[in-house]
Design a protein around this ligand. Sequence first.
Ligand code: CA
Length: 225
Amino acid sequence: MHLLVIEDERALCETIVRSLRRLAYSVDYCYDGEKALALLGVERYDLVLLDLNLPKKDGMTVLRTLRQTDRETRVLILSARSEVEDKVQGLDAGANDYLAKPFDLDELLARVSVQLRHASRGAGRSSGTLRFKDWVLDAEARTLTAAGDPVRLTRLEFGIVEALVRRPKKVFTKRELFQAAWNEEAFVEEKAVNVHVSNIRGKLKPSGTDGYIETVWGIGFKLAE
Ligand code: CA
């Protein structure tokens, strides 16, 4: 399980990170909202612990930005703002739980474990509608509509597009794209990924959206900004 702790009170941040690592979770952390968004743009987390009062970008901005592209990552707000209104606002913006400061560390770890249970139950299940520019992906029906027209993709092709759209800012190596789309650790060969991407672009051409997938020379692929 991969977690991100966003908390500008460094002593508190260190305490939380240390406790989580002791439970063998893989934990990243940062002290401000800008760094948080940078990490969320490239890393995939099962759970984010999010303080609301943060420098550079506040926690609500981080949450709303995350939720524009990602409904799945669990978010637990940790906040000194204990008012009901703040709690409701946080949950409305897509947080999964809210814990008021000061909190007991055991209480925090219990809430984390509840969220991670939900996260593992959701893992591997793709749900909801994903959007990128003129694309609309239905992750359940596994269909893509480009500029209003349905595009017939194979299962593997859809997996590639879905992986890219789920992490729109990430540069995928061919290996990463393969693993995300095929859901397997094995890797056949990079050429296969090139062939699939080329086929996808061909199918997207009539909708004028074939330029959405950019080649990053020497690395792999990403979505166009
Ligand atoms: Ca704070």
